[in-house]
Write a protein that binds this ligand. Sequence first.
Ligand SMILES: [Zn+2]
Length: 254
Amino acid sequence: MIGNNKNFAVELTEKELERYDRQLMIKGWGVEGQKKLKRSRVVVVGAGGLGSPTAIYLAVAGVGELILVDNDIVELNNLNRQILHWDQDIGLPKVKSAKEKLEKLNPNVKVKIVQEELTKDNVINIIKGAHVVVDALDNFKTRYILNEACVKLDIPLVHAGVYGFTGQLTTIVPKKGPCLKCIFPKPPMEKEKFPVVGVTPGIIGSMEALEAIKLITGIGVPLVGRLLLFDGEDFTVEVVKIERDENCPVCGEE
Ligand SMILES: [Zn+2]
């Protein structure tokens, strides 16, 4: 379903140059950086608390193609944090609600939706051809499936998770740093329903978008081999080094 479009030629219209004017001014960005974004395809897995700000910022930045993957329906208790979904959307599939808003935000962005749960059977087909994959999930079972597929296809994966006032963020570039299984050999204790204030995924999801933009434009230093730990209660941000596990069952040498 998705081909590799890394090198096709794109042009920017006058309106696009105006829309992106303020980011084109950033050192190292320019028209070439903007064209890289326009050519790029980003898969965001999860259209909830993390996926909302991630997709919003990727859309307004001018990512060419966004693919949203989620099988859930919008519920009232999602609305304290899942800012792409509004009161009017209760009962709608999250991907449909999200697509509608994102296309209004920036009509230049192609938004494709996959209204399915990510599984071992469909993951390769969904992410192949992507330049970056964003983990905006809420459980490690699906994250491990995504991690394994990204390592296999050699696609960078931006991982994040939130709980209450806290969040974590790292970027996996296969073979260049640890994968999710190196960092978390076993899934942490998880509850299906956990506490969270919307601002936390707002902050962490925005940082996921920034990581994706950095990977695509080549600007800055992504969080490869580093795990960012955010605590909004006392406002501490810690970045800890993480090593690759040579014996990792996912990314280790055979
Ligand atoms: Zn690994």
